[in-house]
Structure formats: C-alpha cells, structure tokens
Ligand binder design. Structure first.
Ligand code: G1P
Length: 290
C-alpha cells in the first residue's frame, strides 16, 4: 500500500482571520518568510507524498501559482546575482506535482473531500487541512501513514485540548489499545463541553481510503448545515474501521491569532541571523500593556 496523494482543501473563506483575508487567501498569509500552505506542502513532501490535490475556488489561484515557476522573477534574480534567493524561489516549484480541483460551492469539509474523488482514484490518500501546522521530529502526516500502513485502516490525527476548546473541533471517543493509539468508537463535530466524549480533538491530518467517498455521498448536512467529514468517519467507526493516533510535535492553528503569531516567532527564532535581535525586541515589548 503506497500513499502518494494528499488532498489539501483550500477553498474556505478564512473568516477567523479577517480583515487580513479579505482578498488574500488565508493559506497565503506568511508565517515568518513562507506562506502557511508551503509548510503544509513541505510536511507532505517530508512524508514522501508527491501529488498534491488542492481543492480550490476561483479566488485561490495564487496558491497553485506559488508552486509553479515564476520565470520573470527568476530572470530578475539571475540578472541581479541573487543566487540564494533564486534557489529558494525556484525550489518551491520543484517540490510536488500539483493537481487542482474546484469546489464550486463551499458546502463543508466533507464536501471538499468529495470534490477530490476523481483526482484521488482508488488508492488510500492523505488529507491535510491547511490551517493546522505541525512540527516535530517526524512529519505529523507520516506518523499517521505508518499506522495506516501497518493496520490497513483509515487513521485520524488527534491532540489533547483543554476543555474550553473542545467546541472548536471534532472530538473522538476511543479505546486506547497502545500508547497514543485509539480504536475510534464515535465522533462528534464541535460538541458543547458538557457533551464532549473526551478532550481528544481531531487535527487536520487524516489517512483515508476510497470508501470514505461512499459515506460522503450519502450524507445529509450536519453541524452548521455543512457536509461534515466527521459524520462520514462516524460511519467508519460504526464498522470498526477507524483508528486515531495522538500526533507528537508542536501544533499551531493559524486561524487563531495567538497561535498564528506564536508560529511566526517560533520560526523566526530558528533563524540565527534574527534570533538575538528578535529576543531583545521581545524583551523590550514585554512590559507593554497597551
Ligand atoms: C475541521 C473538522 C474538525 C477538525 C478541524 C481541525 O473543522 O471539521 O473536525 O477538528 O477541522 O482543524 P474546521 O476547522 O474546518 O471548522
């Protein structure tokens, strides 16, 4: 079983990040010196995924352009002898193959995944939601691929969240059969704290098999009137066909301003040419009360 394709839905409005996202796709907001979506594609590439299926809309074409050559820019960089920058710009276009499908109406995450059906074909595939950035020793999606591979089953990534955050996520109920690994019994999309079956929240990393499409095709709108991927996975759980794995590593939800800004600092601190200056500036700002 070889997984080569990853579906990355990018057709959402990004309302949490307005007004920054009024005309700029949320996936193109920079985290330090790269757009959010580039980190996602780098994680996919790090896991050996070669084909990225963007589920996109008419306002998001600059996302595909980011992973294409910009020959006019490369020409300017060559002529001005900015060879390091040239390499950086050029390499992004060499990372992965890009397949683009349109989500003509934004009817939910489940609907976005269904739009990728023809592009995915008959093999298991990865799904990465662009808002979530994950960093660890091993790419988050690779941790799930290893389990899907050994168990031949769909796998969803989870992290433990504080109880006041459970209503922002799909929450699983599962039996832990090995440390950090769960057989999923049920899932609830964005439950109230009082109704959440656990604090294990689905993060935007999944390994799915083509049978998910049948479940998605038969779904009625769920939470928020949207076609919910969580509801399709509920069907998998019913037939004992879904595992969850606690992803190890640092996670940032870039749709949350606090996480987004922390992610910027996290990456900037790893740049030695910036670190000392940045730390000094942050120290100066700390007494600031507004
Ligand atoms: C989606 C899923 C939700 C999951 C979340 C992770 O929600 O529906 O189950 O927990 O992604 O980022 P969204 O954030 O698109 O509302």
């Amino acid at each position: 079983m070889e997984i080569k394709k990853v579906v990355v839905p990018v057709a959402g409005w990004g309302t949490r990040s307005l007004p920054a996202t009024k005309n700029v796709p949320k996936e193109m907001l920079p985290v330090y010196n790269k757009p959010v979506v580039q980190y996602v594609v780098e994680e996919a590439q790090g896991a050996g995924l070669t084909d990225v299926v963007f589920v996109t809309n008419r306002n998001k074409t600059i996302i595909e352009d980011h992973f294409d050559y910009n020959l006019a820019l490369e020409d300017v960089l060559k002529r001005t002898n900015k060879m390091d920058t040239l390499k950086m710009v050029h390499d992004v276009a060499e990372m992965v193959n890009i397949i683009s499908v349109r989500q003509k109406r934004q009817l939910g995450l489940g609907h976005a995944v269904l739009c990728a059906k023809a592009a995915v074909g008959n093999d298991p595939f990865a799904l990465m939601v662009g808002d979530d950035l994950m960093f660890g020793m091993e790419p988050g999606i690779k941790q799930l691929m290893a389990v899907a591979h050994s168990e031949h089953m769909p796998v969803v990534g989870v992290v433990e969240v504080p109880s006041d955050k459970v209503s922002n996520y799909g929450i699983i109920r599962g039996d832990e059969f090995a440390p950090g690994m769960y057989r999923v019994r049920d899932l609830v999309e964005k439950p109230k704290v009082s109704e959440a079956p656990s604090r294990l929240a689905i993060v935007g990393r999944y390994i799915l098999f083509p049978d998910i499409f049948e479940h998605l095709e038969n779904l009625s709108p769920g939470h928020g009137g949207e076609i919910q991927l969580t509801d399709a996975m509920k069907e998998l759980a019913k037939s004992n066909r879904l595992l969850a794995v606690k992803i190890r590593g640092q996670r940032f939800d870039t749709g949350d301003w606090s996480d987004y800004l922390t992610a910027n600092i996290y990456f900037a601190l790893q740049d030695e040419t910036l670190r000392d200056d940045l730390v000094q500036r942050l120290k100066e700002l700390l007494p600031y009360k507004g």
